[in-house]
Design a protein around this ligand. Structure first.
Ligand SMILES: O=C(O)CCC(=O)C(=O)O
Length: 259
């Protein structure tokens, strides 16, 4: 395994610290194909397990929009996200040993909804600094709802609306850049990096894997994060117009109703 120093050069580290994001080529073609089949496997797991599936209503009917808490039940994804290249890159960006804080797959299947402008930090409990990344399972482009980021705005929490998303006046002041990725590429970003994404307007799925890491010196908090999330979900009021997948209301997907 390459050391943290070999993994990212000083230009890459400096780019990340200046801009709050960085693209790496984390998976080769073989690993990328493995990832596609693992994500398909997880998407086929039934409801009712300890993993968390979420569904949205699209114009093509109900569709899976997110699964989280799956590394406990999938060896390949567990190893990919908790060792080797991914963990070393997260450690290099944090400047110390990283540990997995949480993990999700956002499926954004054809017709799936996008995410309002937000920073992740307000949704992440216990500590302030996390590094996340989007590993492109499928190619991500403007038409299928790739991420858009703001550079150099990861040093403070921006003014928020009642959904925990960035206030519209602030959103209009920021410069948003699309980040298109090929399958197997990874966009690393700080938990205060403003980001958003469009709906998937293409006929193809845009699946992405999002692990989040924190410094191990702050604790191994994954089980606590999910226990807290489930508690907060159970205590939150049901809003029939939105589907809640996060501790902020950033997802624009419509809920699936039973009638
Ligand atoms: O997958 C996307 O399109 C955006 C996801 C996102 O911003 C999030 O899950 O916080």
């Amino acid at each position: 395994m390459p050391s943290q120093q070999e993994l990212l050069n000083s230009e890459q580290l400096s780019f990340f610290h200046t801009n709050g994001w960085l693209i790496t080529n984390s998976l080769d073609e073989f690993q990328s194909r493995n990832l596609q089949s693992w994500v398909t496997e997880v998407s086929q797991w039934p409801d009712g397990g300890s993993w968390l599936h979420y569904r949205e209503l699209t114009e093509f009917g109900p569709k899976l929009c997110r699964t989280e808490y799956f590394t406990t039940f999938h060896q390949g994804l567990h190893d990919l996200l908790t060792s080797g290249h991914m963990l070393s890159t997260a450690s290099a960006l944090l400047g110390e040993q990283a540990v997995l804080y949480k993990e999700k797959i956002n499926y954004k299947l054809a017709g799936g909804a996008g995410y309002s402008p937000h920073q992740d930090a307000p949704a992440y409990r216990f500590i302030d600094t996390h590094i996340s990344c989007m590993v492109a399972v499928d190619d991500a482009n403007v038409r299928n709802g790739c991420l858009e980021v703001v550079s150099g705005a990861h040093h403070e929490i921006l003014p928020m609306n009642s959904d925990g998303c960035i206030q519209p006046e602030k959103v209009a002041e920021l410069k948003w850049d699309y980040v298109e990725l090929k399958a197997g590429q990874t966009l690393w970003f700080h938990s205060k990096t403003p980001h958003r994404s469009g709906d998937n307007l293409s006929p193809f799925d845009r699946r992405a894997l999002y692990p989040t890491y924190n410094a191990l010196s702050e604790g191994d908090l994954r089980e606590r994060y999910y226990a807290q999330k489930i508690t907060e979900f159970n205590e939150s009021e049901i809003d029939g117009t939105k589907i809640k997948v996060s501790l902020i209301n950033d997802f624009r997907g419509k809920p699936v109703t039973n009638d």
